[in-house]
Design a protein around this ligand. Structure first.
Ligand code: ZN
Length: 605
């Protein structure tokens, strides 16, 4: 008897009712023939024909054929879950195999709700899940962020004795990682008797998912250190991401080499990740060269390249690439426009930026986000067009946040416009923003206008409110290893050598005319203490370390977690001349390429 289910379509029922009931032994060859026809299918139309054929042969009650039909329909790349579900609903007593195929099919299509629903139905009907069921159920839980359900199912896995199954364990590492429970991911990993590349890969992905890039590289190092694993593409994509965020260029290059040697032809995701890595590690030329060689580019590839050119201050090149993208028939989205506007912002292309902002809204009907507005306001501020900036703020559909106001505060400082500065500072106070840097900026502006009392008052606010600057951190790569520095760092075992090097650098800097600029040091401390803090600044320690440990002609690459202060900027310019080195620093906003005593940002950042 055919079970009536919700999804039943009359058409299917009719076909089945019109068919003769064949239950004799000659049925076996029909089964075989139908299944071999199924295996040859390459599209839904063909599968439907085979299904019709099966019905005509009277095989609609044949669990072997119907199960195969569901499996093919659910798991093929060209399959259809709607049709699979329709056929599934005709099965009187679905087996665990049938349920597994349905769950897997839904999970494959990212239809996680239906995957969980069918799993619940499976339990309600008394079918026992097995080790093929759980990996996809965990995938669905991860996709829906259902941490509690995931944990409950984890308990069930224990009860049923599947906790030692490799596939189940790997999927648990993934699930906990995606739900942000990294401790549980590690616990499952540690408890595994036998680990595969997929286990390592899942652990790296779990850390990458939470932005724990440092740990990603450590785990990858441990895996390669064990010597018996061959890295696969998915783990390498996570590692490339980690290299991108940490600016670990040498390691990134090795991964690229490994990919070239071990994989024939890279897909667009891997290629674009590599381009992103080179750009964010400061090698814009290498990124461009790879981009030009790509056989197929999509919107993401263009987006990465446009934003990359923007970060490196190459505004005109970014705009040219955008025209090329349009010529290729690729429609821009809000992220592409964000890249374009920040390209205009970093290169000071005011007219172009305003024009793009207009076409984005009017031609492409893209709603600007607060980041888009931030770019435009920075652009207007840079050009000292403060009236226009305030007008735009009035028209913004959302409330401007502290980041937006701070953009204008920096611009007012650059143009020494105290009136605008005070107006913006008031807004920042109203917003309850307690950023030490804002007060320092105001204090410096008052000092510039010789309003000493106001300058002192702004400074004392920092002390009264116990405000502190974000802890500065500098990362530098030496011989394929990343080294982390904080201010006044003495954690390295050879710290004395680094400090000795700093003294030598300072001596030469003085000779060249460098004067420390303590105006941006926030802490309320003595002038001498301020100088100490500046002297052992994290970026300077990283520079000294790199100068000590890299050959003379190599470029030094540093990543900062905060915006570079003026003193460090000047200092680095001097170092680039004295030691004849190219120094590339990525701060929170952009890249600074230091060479022969100048910086690519033109001192506006
Ligand atoms: Zn610069």
């Amino acid at each position: 008897m055919i079970r009536l289910a919700v999804h039943h379509q009359p058409q299917l029922l009719l076909q089945q009712e019109n068919c003769p009931q064949i239950t004799d032994s000659s049925c076996r060859w029909r089964e075989k023939e139908s299944v071999s026809l199924l295996k040859k299918c390459k599209a839904m139309e063909e599968l439907k024909q085979v299904h019709g054929h099966m019905l005509r042969l009277g095989l609609f009650n044949d669990s072997f054929c119907i199960s195969n039909l569901v499996a093919t329909c659910a798991l093929s790349t060209w399959g259809s879950m709607d049709y699979a579900s329709l056929v599934f609903s005709t099965i009187d007593d679905p087996s665990t195999f049938d349920f597994n195929n349905m769950i897997r099919g839904y999970a494959k299509d990212h239809d996680f709700e239906n995957a969980v629903e069918i799993f619940v139905e499976m339990l309600e009907r008394g079918n026992s899940p097995d080790n093929f069921t759980y990996p996809f159920v965990f995938k669905a839980c991860a996709g829906l962020g259902l941490m509690r359900l995931g944990r409950e199912i984890h308990g069930q896995v224990f009860k049923l004795g599947f906790h030692d199954d490799l596939f189940v364990q790997n999927s648990q590492i993934n699930m906990y990682g995606k739900c942000g429970e990294i401790g549980n991911s590690c616990a499952v990993f540690e408890g595994m008797e036998q680990k595969t590349v997929a286990s390592w890969s899942a652990l790296v992905a779990a850390h990458a998912n939470l932005g724990k890039w440092w740990e990603c590289l450590e785990i990858f190092g441990d895996m390669m250190g064990e010597g018996s694993f061959r890295a696969e593409e998915s783990i390498l994509v996570s590692v490339i991401s980690a290299c991108t965020h940490l600016s670990a260029l040498d390691l990134g290059r090795s991964v690229h080499g490994y990919l070239m040697r071990n994989f024939s032809g890279l897909n667009v995701i891997v290629e674009t990740s590599l381009i992103d890595m080179y750009i964010k590690c400061g090698c814009i030329e290498k990124g461009l060269a790879l981009f030009d060689k790509m056989s197929a580019k999509n919107r993401w590839s263009y987006c990465v390249m446009i934003s990359g050119l923007a970060m490196h201050g190459k505004g005109h090149e970014a705009l040219l690439l955008f025209s090329e993208m349009l010529e290729q028939g690729i429609e821009p989205d809000d992220v592409v426009y964000l890249g374009l506007l920040s390209a205009c912002r970093h290169a000071g292309l005011v007219e172009e930026g305003l024009e793009l902002f207009k076409t984005m809204r009017l031609e492409y009907r893209i709603q600007p986000t607060i980041q888009h507005y931030g770019c435009i306001l920075d652009l207007l501020g840079r050009a000292a067009m403060f009236d226009e900036a305030f007008n735009l703020i009035e028209k913004m559909p959302m409330e401007p946040n502290d980041v937006v106001w701070r953009t204008l505060l920096s611009a007012s400082r650059v143009h020494c416009n105290l009136e605008v500065g005070e107006r913006v500072a008031k807004k920042l106070v109203q917003l309850g923003s307690n950023n030490a840097g804002d007060y320092v900026m105001m204090s410096n502006m008052y000092a510039g206008a010789q309003r000493w009392n106001d300058a002192a008052m702004a400074r004392s606010m920092v002390a009264d409110r116990r405000l502190d600057q974000a802890a500065g951190l500098s990362l530098v790569e030496v011989k394929r290893k990343m080294y982390k520095f904080v201010s006044q760092d003495k954690a390295r075992c050879n710290w004395e050598d680094i400090y000795e090097m700093l003294h030598q650098m300072e001596w030469q800097l003085k000779f060249e005319g460098y004067v420390p600029d303590t105006s941006e040091v926030v802490q309320n401390v003595h002038a001498e203490e301020k100088q100490q803090r500046l002297r052992y600044h994290s970026q300077k320690l990283a520079l000294a370390f790199a100068l000590l440990h890299t050959p003379e002609d190599t470029t030094i690459r540093i990543v900062r977690n905060v915006r570079m202060c003026r003193d460090t900027h000047t200092y680095t310019k001097f170092i680039s001349v004295i030691f004849n080195r190219k120094i590339i620093v990525r701060d929170r906003n952009r890249f600074h390429h230091f060479k022969d005593g100048t910086c690519s940002c033109g001192d506006y950042w």
